[in-house]
Design a binder for this molecule. Structure first.
Ligand SMILES: [Zn+2]
Length: 237
């Protein structure tokens, strides 16, 4: 089995740590100094890697589509106001997308999940709670978040849920291990539209750079995304 970058990095740090101790065995001061920088480097790399999903640092993350088309992905729905309008724009422009749904919202709006499926789009798992503490959850709690959401989505769609995207795109060894054990494909993105906070003209500029096989990250819980998508599709077609 191919070793992850995380596994190799841990071994590298361990070797540097050993060398640091062996070569400075005579001086406590030098050892502590070196250890400080080694641990600082370790935590900076781990921190950055957690936010950069497509580095595939902890294991494989798919960040490109495979069908020579742009794949539009919408996170954080379903939303009773926004998702139906996004669906209308996609239908008008004959675009198929994937919606990464939050379990507790899917429970409240199963009819929207049904609409998404009926219009030929895919549904992915985006956790049950979308908690900002997700990265700190125990294995057991992560299993619950992913399994329970799969159960809700499968019950509504009658389809097996294959794709998982962690909340806020934050990855760590525990999340990776649980998603893998649940036999899920972790889907990232190659273009982040920043539709949650950038002004529309910048989002449109980012979207205009998309090429075939790119996966674009958008959100179907933002009113602004409706008009941005409408303008973008109008220009594109
Ligand atoms: Zn999200």
């Amino acid at each position: 089995m191919k070793k992850s970058k995380y596994f190799i990095f841990n071994w590298l740090i361990f070797i540097v740590l050993l060398l640091q101790i062996i070569t400075n065995i005579e001086s406590d001061k030098e050892i502590y100094h070196g250890l400080f920088y080694i641990f600082l480097t370790y935590f900076i790399v781990i921190g950055l890697a957690s936010f950069m999903l497509c580095l595939s640092f902890y294991g494989k993350v798919q960040c490109k589509s495979k069908n020579n088309k742009i794949l539009y992905s919408f996170d954080d729905g379903p939303d009773p106001i926004i998702t139906p309008q996004i669906l209308t724009i996609l239908q008008k422009n004959n675009i198929k997308a994937i919606f990464f749904c939050i379990g507790k919202k899917a429970e409240r709006y199963p009819h929207i999940i049904q609409d998404i499926i009926n219009q030929g789009h895919q549904i992915g798992n985006h956790s049950y709670s979308h908690s900002h503490k997700f990265g700190f959850y125990s294995i057991k709690k992560l299993q619950y978040e992913i399994r329970f959401t799969n159960r809700i989505l499968q019950k509504i769609t009658n389809k097996k849920i294959k794709y998982f995207r962690p909340p806020a795109g934050i990855m760590n060894p525990k999340i990776y291990k649980v998603a893998l054990a649940e036999k899920m494909i972790i889907l990232g993105w190659s273009i982040r539209s920043f539709d949650t906070f950038l002004p529309q003209k910048f989002v449109l500029y980012i979207l205009s750079k998309a090429q075939k096989n790119d996966i674009i990250l958008l959100h179907d819980n933002r009113l602004k995304t409706i008009s941005t998508l409408g303008i973008y599709c109008g220009k594109e077609r």
